[in-house]
Design a protein around this ligand. Structure first.
Ligand code: BES
Ligand code: MN
Ligand code: MN
Length: 450
């Protein structure tokens, strides 16, 4: 494996600022799609297609036919989250830089570096052992609408014996994982309007309502200080993990204290104290405020009563919660908690249902075997707090969906100084190369179980 050449190629991919949520980067997203497409062609895909017209295309590829071998669908995404706050990056987000064995760049771990890993593991094989299919999308970080529409029109695109998604991390260094759940997501803007226009805070202050103040109170009602979300009905379908699962989590190399001091790097943790931190992260729903807009935020001072304020919020959903229900519950709660003298509206931007995967296919054992051979430890079951909107759709045709990854928990996804440890990448290429070989030698009778 020529590591210098591979690193050069990955850097090329990472230098493309394919931020899917910002229209200013539309052509960059297209360039990233084409980078993936060219790579698929080099892997022997004869018909590479760019699908979905409105926005960032889904790159579809079909590898060389391998008669009697299973079909493996590889899913990933070439889009990335916005890089701000830029000032906090030690080196610029789209100028990949290696420091101390780690590659720093937006997308290094989420998900370009991992897509790269899966593809280069194929390139490292003497010949394809399975029938490869590829769906590499460019809107995962913005809700995957293009891919959802595509799969609705052409559900046969997900037809495969096994689906592989590497968009996650090990549970801890040296502990590779395979995930049994992902949380869903409902993203919304809550807007409060209190008057026709902004008002002089001296002339009107004391009697006129203030949009920011009303919005803060409303948000405070939706979730209280103890971490409880007060949206009526919200927790109804939530189920606790089994005793066995909770016991297994206790054996994971996860210490609440280290989570606070090394990862959060704050002064204390919050949330529903009667549940363990892992249960709060993996098996309970959330309500988060991402940003608040409106009023005066410029330099200096301005004495004004804002007429309007908007909060960007999202809720993470756990298995059994339904996206449409939760959206209705939030809208109803906002209506109920808003006092008569304000107008409060909710607009939903995008959403995804939670995913639940049963590890009942031999493919999961093959992955564990590949990890064990390369890293010394097999992949162990865990849950994930994040979301990948399209996973339930990928699972809908009945194929086992393998959710795994080569990142580490401290990769700083979506944050400044995102990184990927290069050892994880080099090991990962060996792991997936081995996994493809093992899958290729799977007998067809075994294959179709589960
Ligand atoms: N790769 C992440 C999802 C992830 C992160 C799963 C960590 C498990 C652990 C993915 O790219 C992501 O960030 N998804 C978004 C989806 C959303 C914008 C619809 C997320 O989770 O916020
Ligand atoms: Mn991702
Ligand atoms: Mn992401």
């Amino acid at each position: 494996m020529d590591r210098d050449r591979l690193l050069g190629e990955l850097n090329e991919f990472l230098r493309i600022p394919s931020v899917s949520t910002l229209p200013a980067h539309n052509t960059d997203c297209r360039r990233a799609a084409e980078w993936v497409g060219a790579e698929l062609q080099r892997l022997g895909c004869s018909d590479v297609q760019y699908l979905g017209s409105e926005t960032h295309p889904v790159v579809w590829g079909k590898g060389p036919a391998v008669p009697d071998a299973p079909t493996l669908l590889i899913y990933g995404h070439y889009d990335v989250q916005p890089p701000d706050p830029l000032a906090e990056w030690v080196t610029p987000p789209f100028e990949p830089t290696v420091r101390d064995g780690k590659l720093y760049a937006r997308g290094a771990a989420d998900d370009k570096g991992q897509v790269f890993c899966l593809l280069k593991a194929i390139a490292a094989l003497p010949k394809a052992p399975v029938n490869f299919r590829f769906l590499i999308e460019g809107e995962e970080e913005y809700g995957s609408k293009v891919l959802f529409d595509l799969l609705k029109r052409e559900p046969e695109r997900v037809r495969a014996d096994v689906v592989l998604v590497a968009d996650m991390s090990y549970v801890a260094p040296d502990w590779p994982a395979v995930y049994t759940t992902l949380r869903g997501l409902a993203y919304a803007e809550i807007t409060v309007r209190t008057s026709k226009t902004d008002l002089h805070s001296g002339e009107y202050g004391g009697a006129a309502p203030n949009a920011h103040e009303e919005l803060c109170r409303l948000l405070g009602r939706l979730k209280s200080e103890d971490g409880k979300i007060n949206i009526p009905g919200f927790y109804g379908p939530v189920q606790r993990p089994s005793k066995a699962e909770l016991a297994a989590w206790k054996k994971l190399p996860f210490k609440e204290k280290d989570f606070l001091t090394k990862r959060v790097q704050g002064k204390g943790l919050v949330g529903l104290k009667k549940y363990s931190v892992l249960e709060r992260l993996w098996a309970l729903p959330t309500f988060e405020i991402h940003g608040i807009l409106g009023g005066f935020t410029g330099e200096g001072a301005k004495t004004v009563i804002p007429a309007q304020a908007t909060a960007k919020v999202s809720m993470r959903l756990v298995p059994n919660q339904k996206l449409a229900t939760v959206e209705k519950q939030l809208a109803a709660a906002v209506k109920r908690f808003a006092p008569k003298h304000i107008t409060a509206t909710v607009r939903f931007l995008h959403g995804a249902g939670p995913a639940q995967i049963k590890l009942n296919s031999p493919a999961f054992d093959l992955l564990a075997k590949a990890f064990k051979e390369v890293t010394g430890r097999g992949s162990i079951p865990a849950r994930a707090g994040g979301s990948i909107p399209v996973v339930p759709a990928l699972a809908s045709a009945g194929a086992p969906v393998i959710l795994t990854g080569i990142g580490l928990p401290d990769d700083r996804l979506h944050a400044p100084n995102e990184k990927l440890d290069l050892k994880q990448l080099w090991d990962g290429i060996e792991v997936f190369k081995r996994f493809y070989e093992l899958l290729g030698s799977l007998e067809s009778g075994v294959r179709s179980r589960g």
